[in-house]
Every structure is written in structure tokens, then in C-alpha cells.
Ligand binder design. Structure first.
Ligand SMILES: N[C@@H](CCC(=O)N[C@@H](CS)C(=O)NCC(=O)O)C(=O)O
Length: 212
């Protein structure tokens, strides 16, 4: 049984989507980051970086913060959604790309382009340019592939589940998905999965899954 501490954001949704895909029992605890609940002492005991998501595995007592580490832990524990052979490293490569590039850069786009427009022309331009570059990189990688890692046309792995929630905010990022047709088709393919639809709405409903 997994306890998931989360909020309605891309990093939180990565883990609720994975738990839904795994079909395992889990319980969701809402940490409202707009009210500062991420700084509560009880939460800091499992997430010392005061950020969601975090988990406690009640079977083992393992606590974990950082969505990438949590996804690797769950994929390993349940033996699912991890690529095999050399594709394991392809999956790892794109998981790290998401953690170090896509997430942080798109997060800045949300700050400067969606929420604080007009505050810094430099930041808006820099991060929008970087967002477009990252979308181009993903689009080129997905050419001829259904998923990010895996042999042949690919297999659905945690690399897809890590990137997808960030792409789901394409409207916030003022990105026209039709300009990145491989990303668009991959995004829709994953959006249509029932587990993704369920995981998107944890810990509560905010809006329907955006569709291009
Ligand atoms: N690298 C971390 C990033 C986590 C993160 O930035 N979480 C955000 C929500 S998406 C958060 O909790 N923010 C609270 C804050 O900024 O105080 C991960 O992947 O888990």
C-alpha cells in the first residue's frame, strides 16, 4: 500500500498516473502548495525539500521525495513500465531529460509567461525559446515511434509518464501542438488511456485533460 502526497501539478500527476497504470492500492493525501502545506513539519519528515510529490510505502516503510526517484522505485517494485536491455538506458536518458530540462524549463514558462506576463521580457523570451527547443527535440525523437523508449516503435514506460503531464500544460506554455505533430499524436495516445484520465484528477478535479 502506497501513501501518495501530492497536488494538482505536473510533478504530482506523474506519480498518480503511474499508480493508476499499475492498478495498485494507494491512498492520496492532498498537500495544498498554494496554502504552504508543503512546509508542515509532518510533511517535511518525508519530503525534506518541501515539494510534492512524495510517497510512503507502508509495506517497507520506505519514504521518498523527487518524482523521478519515486517512479523508478515503483516501476522496480511492481516490475512494470520499465524498458529492458539497452532501452532501459534510453528510458533513463529521457527520464533525466525530463527531470533536468523539460520540467524546470516549462516551470519557468508557467511563471513568466502565464502568471507574470510583462514582468521580464528577457525571461519570457528565454524560457519560451527554450520550451520550443525542447518540444522540437521531443518531436524529432518521436518520429516513427509511439513511445519515448523501448524497442521497435517503443513501449509505454515511466519516461512517457514523466514527460506527459508537462506537455499537458501546452496551453499555459502557448504552444500549438499542431506545430509538433509527433508530440501531438503521442500526447493524445496517452491522454486517451483510462488510467491517465484517472491519475490526472488526483488529488482532486480541476479541469478535464486538455486536448489539442
Ligand atoms: N524535482 C522535483 C520537483 C518537485 C516540485 O517542484 N514540486 C512543486 C509542484 S509541481 C512543488 O511542490 N512546489 C512547492 C513550492 O514551490 O514550494 C520532483 O520532480 O519531484
Amino acid at each position: 500500500m502506497i501513501d501518495l502526497y501530492t497536488w494538482t501539478t505536473p510533478n504530482g500527476r506523474k506519480v498518480s498516473i503511474l499508480l493508476e497504470e499499475l492498478g495498485v492500492e494507494y491512498s492520496t493525501h492532498a498537500i495544498d502548495i498554494s496554502k504552504g502545506e508543503q512546509f508542515e513539519p509532518d510533511f517535511l519528515k518525508i519530503a525534506p525539500n518541501n515539494r510534492i510529490p512524495a510517497i510512503v510505502d507502508r509495506d517497507t516503510g520506505q519514504t521518498l521525495m523527487e518524482s523521478g526517484a519515486i517512479m523508478l522505485y515503483l516501476a522496480d517494485k511492481y516490475g512494470k513500465f520499465s524498458a529492458t536491455g539497452s532501452e532501459y538506458w534510453r528510458m533513463m536518458e529521457w527520464l533525466m531529460w525530463q527531470m533536468g530540462g523539460l520540467g524546470p524549463m516549462l516551470g519557468q514558462v508557467h511563471h513568466f509567461v502565464k502568471y507574470n506576463r510583462g514582468l521580464s521580457e528577457y525571461a519570457e523570451e528565454r524560457f519560451s525559446k527554450e520550451a520550443n527547443r525542447l518540444y522540437r527535440v521531443l518531436d524529432a525523437h518521436l518520429e516513427g515511434r509511439e513511445f519515448i523508449a523501448g524497442d521497435g516503435r517503443g513501449a509505454y514506460t515511466i519516461a512517457d509518464m514523466a514527460c506527459w503531464p508537462w506537455i499537458s500544460r501546452f496551453e499555459w506554455q502557448q504552444i500549438d501542438l499542431n506545430g509538433f505533430p509527433n508530440v501531438r499524436d503521442w500526447y493524445v495516445r496517452i491522454a486517451e488511456r483510462p488510467a491517465v484520465q484517472r491519475g490526472y484528477h488526483a488529488p482532486r478535479f480541476v479541469n478535464e485533460v486538455p486536448m489539442p
